[in-house]
Design a protein around this ligand. Structure first.
Ligand code: ATP
Ligand code: MG
Ligand code: MG
Length: 549
């Protein structure tokens, strides 16, 4: 495996371990259970779990479930499933909501220190009083409340005496700070809403800034890694830890990972699902981990992709073809080769005396894998080849089938096209060919050299399967930065369905966890829509980077 240089977080951790600042490190992955995980999350997962895998220590899975309205247990289950599938194990499954009582007590501590107060102002008034970045804000009369009064009011907030928005708890920090987030930020808000875990126990909920750092501290997280938009939050993160005199976790930031031709925000992905632009969160066109799994991406290739591109300190958009490159590289090593004809034209081999039973030819499952083994492929006097592999009036250097021209049938014989049969519209309906009996693959004594090799299936042995081929979900590289609504840029032709392709019979035994290369076609995987009445295959990725803008 190629060596890559250390990323900036690895440098920090190596220095922290070398200096003895920490004996062991602790990270966490903190998803909000308000959607399915996407490739951006995969970056964060590979980073957080990867660091403790490399340096020892452990990683918690902490559901950041402090917002009761948007969260759901369906999401919790999908998130756990996706992390496991990616190949990582968390030390503890934790929920920020399990800390609600502790967080409440921390807020009480701040009140007792004179560092927090209950404010009755409207959110508009609070925003107005905060001032602007160039102009200091001003405190209102509520900031003058006594500690006793604040303790009583905060207890009353918890007890449900007030309606949503009637009161908030604010930290008393600095209304003149150049960092707007330090101007007496909100710590708690009232929300009479049912929570997916705590039910109706609480009607006040902590803000992100009051829950996240405190949860890190409770879990003794050493390196709390988040994305760049939290840089301005770090000052408050540190302030709260210091004033509460709790375990000093540290926050580090890296750039969000984005991919071309897609969107990577749960809010936008949810719109695609709800408005039925896709078939669900796990639609194979979605940049979600579940979508990529269904598409046939392997966890190995996603991990390799995340590791190789590393992390940055500036937001960046990575070309999706780079991810596809890693997928293709991995699948080439593990995919079983099978022959499938998508758009058939019948070939009748006139001099082949179809024996009673059948002739079984032997074909390698994977030339890249010495232990891949072989399989038997039945041959007969009637086969299908791809319609596009025949041309009646070919240009020079056309090595596929044409009148009077020879090609090899993969793992079988050389055939020669003798006659073209057409219907009244001029459409080719059948090709009459002869075969060279001495040209059998593996024991060819014919001495004939041909340049083209075609995939094929025997007509009477073929099974049919539905094929789903995917293109980019969006027509533009960065739909979120375009004018207007991002959904205006959805590619209307991102799904192409072939109702009945003809496959060699070995494909009948395909399993969901197997990967296939359909010879000359690309990589494919069995889709969950398959049933006893029909198989469905998803195209994972093409054999080459054939896609052009
Ligand atoms: P979204 O905008 O999709 O809702 P989020 O950051 O709100 O993303 P969280 O559930 O809070 O979603 O994310 C969990 C973790 O994953 C966070 O630590 C977050 O920083 C990280 N993360 C989310 N999106 C990306 C991304 N595009 N690149 C890198 N890390 C990400
Ligand atoms: Mg978040
Ligand atoms: Mg979000």
């Amino acid at each position: 495996k190629e060596e890559r240089s250390l990323n900036f977080l690895e440098e920090i951790i190596e220095a922290d371990l070398a200096s003895g600042k920490y004996k062991t490190i602790m990270t966490r992955f903190p998803p909000e259970p308000n959607g399915y995980l996407h490739m951006g999350h995969a970056t964060s997962i590979c980073l957080n779990f990867g660091l403790t895998k490399k340096y020892g220590g452990s990683t918690n899975l902490r559901f950041d479930d402090t917002n009761p309205v948007t969260e759901d247990t369906e999401y919790v289950e999908s998130i756990k499933n996706d992390i496991k599938w990616l190949g990582f194990e968390w030390a503890n499954e934790l929920y920020a909501s399990d800390y609600f009582e502790q967080l409440y007590n921390m807020a009480v501590t701040l009140i007792k220190k004179g560092l927090a107060y209950v404010d009755d102002s409207s959110s508009e008034a609070i925003a107005e009083q905060k001032g602007t970045p160039t102009q200091a804000g001003r405190r209102n009369e509520y900031a003058e409340r006594s500690i006793e009064e604040n303790l009583q009011l905060f207890a009353d907030m918890r007890a449900g005496k007030y309606k949503d928005g009637e009161k908030v708890l604010r930290a008393k920090v600095d209304m003149a700070s150049p960092n707007m987030l330090m101007r007496d930020p909100l710590l708690y808000r009232i929300k009479h809403a049912h929570h997916h875990r705590t039910g109706d126990t609480w009607c006040i909920y902590p803000m992100y800034d009051f829950a996240h750092g405190q949860s890190d501290s409770i879990e003794k997280i050493t390196h709390s890694i988040c994305t760049l938009e939290f840089v301005p939050h770090r000052e408050l993160y540190d302030w709260l830890i210091k004033k509460l005199e709790i375990y000093p976790s540290h926050q580090y930031e890296f750039a969000r990972r984005n991919l071309t031709y897609t969107v990577m925000s749960k809010r936008k992905l949810l719109q695609l699902v709800n408005e039925k632009h896709v078939a669900g969160w796990d639609d194979p066109r979605m940049p979600t981990i579940s979508g990529m799994r269904r598409r046939g991406y392997t966890p190995e290739s996603i991990r390799e992709f995340c590791d190789r591109i590393g992390i940055a300190k500036r937001d960046n958009v990575v070309d999706i073809s780079l991810l596809e490159f890693f997928v293709r590289e991995d699948l080439n090593k593990r995919a079983q080769r099978r022959m499938v004809v998508f758009d058939p034209v019948k070939v009748v081999i006139t001099n082949y005396a179809d024996p009673d039973g059948e002739e079984l030819l032997t074909s390698e499952n994977n030339p890249e894998d010495p232990n891949g083994g072989t399989r038997e492929v039945p041959f007969s006097n009637e086969i299908y080849i791809e319609r596009e592999d025949f041309m009646e009036n070919p240009p020079k250097k056309y090595f596929r089938l044409a009148p009077g021209q020879m090609v090899r049938l993969k793992s079988a014989y050389i055939i020669k096209c003798e006659e073209v049969i057409k219907d009244e519209n001029g459409t080719v309906t059948e090709l009459r060919c002869t075969y060279i009996p001495e040209s059998k693959s593996g024991s060819d004594t014919s001495g004939i050299q041909v340049k083209g090799t075609l995939h094929w299936v025997s007509v009477k042995h073929a099974i049919t399967a539905e094929i789903r081929e995917y293109d980019r979900l969006f027509k533009v590289e960065d739909p979120s930065s375009e004018e207007g609504d991002f959904k205006e840029y959805i590619n209307p032709d991102s799904l192409k369905v072939i109702r009945a392709a003809y496959a060699e019979p070995a494909l009948k035994n395909a399993h969901y966890d197997e990967r296939f290369q359909f010879v000359r076609k690309g990589y494919f995987v069995l889709d969950k829509d398959s049933s006893t009445s029909g198989m469905v295959f998803n195209k994972t990725v093409g054999l080459k980077d054939g896609w052009k803008a």
